[in-house]
Design a protein around this ligand. Structure first.
Ligand SMILES: [Zn+2]
Ligand SMILES: [Zn+2]
Length: 236
């Protein structure tokens, strides 16, 4: 947030899609660092069941520091500043004067509580897939939206990975069952009728030899709209 030029005191809402570590690990430190920097106001955190316990456990983990700073620095108790809203089914997650947030359950085995979010603001609608295999439910959620931010997996690179390391076979099975190939991202984007698809949560995410053209070509086979390969700190 800081590198993107977003001040920590603007942190107001947090949306978690599912409880895998690459989505949760910095949840606590996000609002906690804002609090320690005396920039935390009120935060509403939304996510699937398990979020309340995780938040409580994080505060337990930091208990000594919380109690020290309250006495030593006279700061507000952060446990009063974070409000958790957890859910276990699709529907309206949150609504205020600026935005309506709806969710749909997506396919990310073995996790059953994995969600995509749709944000409808006055001037645009944005859908974020979260982690999912090919999910027609997601295409429905994204109907008529302006932008679909979808996770993407580049299959040729996964095959190379397995060739080099036979142990990666099991990883390959997990990836194929719970993530979406670029071709299938194209299918979902076409079904939803969005104008722009942004590829995100790239798997593999650590292979700079895969060009934007390679990421895009599978999507383009099915989708005629604009394709953007998402990169850290990119502004759209
Ligand atoms: Zn995941
Ligand atoms: Zn993930």
């Amino acid at each position: 947030m800081i590198t993107a030029g977003v001040s920590l005191d603007r942190l107001r809402y947090i949306f978690i899609t599912h409880h895998h570590s690459d989505h949760d690990l910095e949840y606590g430190t996000l609002f906690y660092n804002a609090w320690a920097a005396k920039r935390l106001r009120h935060v509403d955190a939304y996510g699937p069941v398990g979020l309340r316990r995780m938040t409580g456990d994080f505060f337990d983990y930091m208990k000594f520091d919380i109690e020290t700073r309250i006495v030593d620095e006279g700061v507000d108790d952060p446990r009063q500043l974070v409000k958790v809203h957890e859910f276990n089914r699709a529907g309206i997650v949150m609504q205020n004067a600026d935005v309506k947030v709806t969710s749909v359950r997506v396919r990310h085995p073995p996790i059953t509580q994995s969600y995509a979010y749709r944000f409808d603001a006055k001037d645009r609608s944005v859908v974020i897939s979260g982690d999912t295999a090919y999910s027609p439910e997601l295409a429905n959620l994204a109907k008529g939206a302006d932008i679909l931010i979808h996770e993407a997996m580049y299959l040729p690179a996964i095959e190379n990975l397995v060739k080099q390391n036979p142990v990666a076979k099991r990883l390959r099975e997990h990836l194929l069952a719970s993530h979406t190939s670029t071709e299938d991202v194209g299918r979902i984007a076409a079904q939803s009728g969005v104008k722009v698809v942004v590829l995100s949560h790239l798997v593999p995410g650590d292979d700079p030899s895969i060009t934007d053209e390679q990421w895009s070509e599978g999507v383009r086979r099915h989708f005629g709209g604009k394709i953007i390969v998402g990169r850290d700190l990119m502004e759209i």
